[in-house]
Design a binder for this molecule. Structure first.
Ligand code: ARG
Length: 568
């Protein structure tokens, strides 16, 4: 199935060829629907290249273009835009075809990649906090969309389980641990000893040094330190698993930094031998003299004391993903503060001769209502688990009020789908680089660009079908007459054009905003066009339009990692 955009683009190239003009310019959805549904700037691009009048070129193209079955006669507007307005019959036919297509018109990529999505990646012995939601939710959505588009996707949680924090955790374990507290609430106790050690180390050089020594011993394979590390890591992983279960997040691998330990000496040796790294003041360092961005930002890959760094394990990780997992594309969904780190890693990978697509996908911060980084009242990072539980609880209260007679199991299910959906959507509906304010009222609102609003549109359609006494519409013929019907069907046909766009710059917010517009078009349709009260065959056709809307909403939300309830 071809999208309207593809069909029109094809007609445009044919017209350009016929006019003896090169194939230039993009054909895209119109920014402003008043002038048409699609537009191209081809005439303007050509005019500029050739020093000619854009409107004249546009007329020449129009003389040779044949869009008869798809669109009305194209028009020229402004400085030379060519506008296309779809014919209602073409829209109706496309909508009918979409009903027969499981993929809702979304084509598989013609150049599928083998991708690793590195996302989530919290640090052991620290609680996962609200800041981790962005990487987790964004990475999950990108992985889902890439998979749906036909790419081969591996999801890897690059847990920080071997960082310098372990020097402190081990020192704290040996000197401060309260075993009873550990048995009661392992993570709280781990965090407590980590924090207290950290505080002491900041004030006291000897403790700082002792922590460093514990870390070196751990890295050298000391048995006692290894066993402490293992216990702490396992406790943390069990805690993360709870959060992932709530979020419905799944990984193919959870290769933490520790997974690459054995490979680190080899990495350093190889980089030294190939001349990429050099010894400098006792450390092993990679300098990037020819790289403007990094000229004064060398990367240390082995410290003076023999310890390895975050960078070293990321170089090993790149090698493993390319050589062992046979990947050709690596996506790192990691906050903007690590931009320099990834520039360094990617520069090193290129010097090693790896010819793969390496992308750092950064994102901004979540702010509290005071517009500062979100913190608890006592100034701590807000634990993610608490936020998710609160989201569910808040929705649960509303569900209780509205549907006191609903079975408890269903209430639990609805509260989770809506609560978690709201938190995810609040994030995904923003451009990833935007700092956004975390606001319960806004994200849980039933109106506006929120998950509950979209879920509610889906639920409304399901209730229409319940009233109609039919599970689903099985019709795949749609007739449309009313402007609200035309609008809705047109919007539905755009889904296939929107989904691939998300990956151009890793922006799930494009899909979120599309779904919001779709829900708006649906509500406008629902208000203007009676469904169940209409005469046949309008009734059947409108039911089919409802069905298609429900499917697109469900699939679209699913690609964002958000589930839909059948009632709410
Ligand atoms: N654990 C790191 C952090 O929380 C993120 C790891 C990202 N992935 C990577 N391959 N470096 O900052």
């Amino acid at each position: 199935m071809e999208t309207f955009q593809e069909q029109l683009a094809q007609r445009l190239s044919q017209a350009l060829a016929k006019s003896g003009l090169p194939n230039v310019g993009e054909l895209s959805q119109a920014a402003d629907g008043r002038f048409g549904d699609y537009q191209t700037s081809a005439a303007m691009v050509l005019a500029k290249q050739r020093g000619e009048n854009p409107r004249q070129i546009a007329e020449k193209i129009l003389a040779n273009i044949d869009v008869d079955l798809i669109a009305e006669k194209p028009t020229v507007a402004g400085a030379g835009f060519i506008n296309f307005k779809l014919r209602p019959e073409a829209i109706a036919k496309q909508a009918g075809d979409l009903l027969g297509d499981e993929r809702l018109g979304v084509a598989r990529s013609t150049s599928p990649r083998k991708i690793v999505v590195d996302f989530g990646s919290p640090n052991v012995a620290k609680p996962m906090h609200i800041g981790h939601i962005r990487s987790t939710v964004l990475g999950d959505a990108l992985a889902r969309i890439a998979k749906f588009l036909g790419h081969d996707v591996v999801r890897d949680n690059h847990i920080g389980d071997w960082g310098t924090q372990f020097g402190m955790v081990i020192w704290g374990w040996k000197n401060l641990l309260d075993r009873q507290a550990l048995a009661r609430d392992p993570i709280a106790e781990l965090v407590r000893i980590y924090k207290e050690t950290n505080e002491r180390a900041t004030k006291d050089e000897t403790i700082r040094e002792a922590c460093r020594q514990e870390l070196v011993k751990l890295q050298a394979g000391d048995e006692e330190n290894f066993s402490i590390w293992k216990q702490a890591a396992d406790l943390s992983m069990a805690e993360f698993a709870k959060t992932y279960a709530l979020l419905d997040i799944h990984y193919d691998f959870q290769h933490g930094e520790s997974f690459y330990n054995d490979q680190l000496p080899g990495v350093v040796d190889r980089l030294l031998k190939s001349g990429i790294a050099e010894v400098s003041e006792g450390a092993v360092v990679v300098f990037f003299k020819d790289d403007v961005d990094l000229a004064d930002k060398p990367a240390i890959i082995r410290k003076k004391d023999g310890g390895f760094n975050y960078a070293t394990s990321d170089i090993a990780t790149v090698e493993y993903r390319i050589n062992e997992l046979k990947r050709d594309t690596l996506w790192y969904v990691v906050g903007a503060p690590q931009t320099l780190h990834f520039k360094q890693i990617f520069a090193i990978a290129r010097r090693e001769g790896f010819d793969v697509d390496l992308r750092h996908i950064p994102f901004g911060n979540i702010l509290g209502e005071d517009r500062k980084l979100m913190k608890t009242r006592s100034g701590e990072n807000v634990p993610l688990q608490d936020v998710l539980e609160e989201a569910i609880e808040r929705v649960r209260k509303i569900v209780d009020e509205k549907n006191p007679d609903m079975p408890n199991e269903e209430k639990i299910d609805i509260a989770r789908k809506i609560g978690i959906g709201a938190v995810k959507y609040a994030d995904l509906s923003q451009y990833r680089m935007t700092d956004y304010i975390f606001s319960w009222d806004r994200m849980l609102a039933l109106h506006g660009n929120t998950a509950p609003y979209l879920q509610n549109a889906y639920v409304r359609i399901r209730s229409i079908f319940r009233k109609a006494g039919a599970a689903r519409s099985t019709i795949d013929k749609i007739d449309i007459v009313e402007p609200a019907e035309i609008n809705l069907a047109k919007k539905l046909a755009q889904f296939a054009e929107i989904v691939p766009q998300v990956l151009n710059d890793f922006r799930p917010n494009i899909l979120a905003n599309y779904l919001f517009e779709l829900a708006n078009s649906f509500h406008a349709f629902y208000e203007a066009c009676p469904v169940l009260q209409s005469e046949e065959s309008t009734r059947t056709s409108r039911l089919a339009l409802c069905e298609l809307t429900a499917r697109v909403l469900q699939r679209g939300l699913n690609l964002l990692g958000i589930e839909v309830p059948e009632r709410m």
